[in-house]
Design a protein around this ligand. Structure first.
Ligand code: SAH
Length: 249
């Protein structure tokens, strides 16, 4: 569905996904927040089936790796034809290929992409894709973590989910973004809800005290302690950025 305006007149954030398995989509993205946002036209999803650009009677999309070795590699000419068709329909979208070799996907990457017009995502399969198409079509390589998936579709869904929930109007309370893990440079503090006592474990007293200043201070300390223990690397980049949320409000 190309560029259907949302109710407030903004063009929809547009995701194009180039895949051998278009029937996988929207999949999990069709549920809950992302699904409601899709129905509301806040974002749109278009699958481009790679198979239709395949070569010969069997519509081949892959071939044996040059230099030998196991598995199959996706052909540059086939992928380029699909990319060119996608770009013809939406020339302004940044082209991304999901790849374990790519830059790690971070919250700031999601924020950057969510602020733009959308994304064109190429999902690899088999051993990966011919290097020349990455260079020749200026694709940005993004990884969702240091592990190897069997295909790029799940990685594309992860990236889209991280972006879509940041689009205006997707989350009920925009406030809920502010204190989240990574948004402050810290992991999120522990959360609690009813019942007040469960299996002998009580909610920390300060959280039920009604004193918002004390609650904020407790959460800040808890977030810092958790981050120091689990992800000291985040604290390091935080101190380099010299962020002081106490002073900034
Ligand atoms: N031989 C490749 C892995 C191919 S996995 C290598 O060693 O780098 C097949 C496809 O799954 C890839 O083309 C990519 O699109 C996707 N994929 C696998 N792991 C991924 C990850 N961590 N992040 C993003 N995409 C991934």
């Amino acid at each position: 569905m190309p560029h259907m305006p949302t109710s407030d007149g903004r063009p929809a954030w547009r995701a194009q996904i180039l895949t051998l398995f278009p029937e996988m989509f929207p999949g999990p993205l069709g549920y809950s927040l992302t699904g409601q946002a899709l129905d509301a036209g806040i974002w749109s999803l278009q699958c481009v089936a790679l198979r239709q650009f395949g070569i010969g009677r069997h519509l081949a999309v892959d071939d044996r790796p040059a230099g030998g070795g196991a598995g199959m590699v996706m052909r540059a000419d086939v992928l380029a034809a699909a990319i060119d068709e996608a770009r013809r329909q939406a020339p302004d979208l940044p082209g991304i290929v999901l790849s374990p070799r790519g830059e790690p996907l971070r919250q700031e990457t999601a924020r950057e992409l969510a602020a733009g017009p959308g994304v064109m995502l190429l999902a690899g399969r088999f051993e990966g894709i011919d290097q020349r198409v990455i260079e020749g079509r200026h694709l940005r390589e993004i990884s969702i973590g240091d592990f190897v998936l069997s295909g790029g579709e799940l990685a594309a869904m992860v990236l889209m989910d991280a972006c879509v929930r940041l689009l205006p109007g997707v989350l009920g309370a925009p406030d809920s973004l502010v204190h989240e893990s990574f948004e402050t440079g810290l992991l999120e503090y522990p959360q609690y809800t009813k019942p007040r006592e469960w299996e002998g474990r009580a909610i920390p007293e300060v959280l039920v005290s009604g004193d918002h200043g004390k609650v904020d201070a407790w959460r800040r300390r808890a977030a810092e302690a958790l981050t120091r223990e689990r992800r000291p690397d985040l604290l390091k980049s935080l101190s380099m950025a010299k962020v002081d949320p106490e002073k900034n409000g």
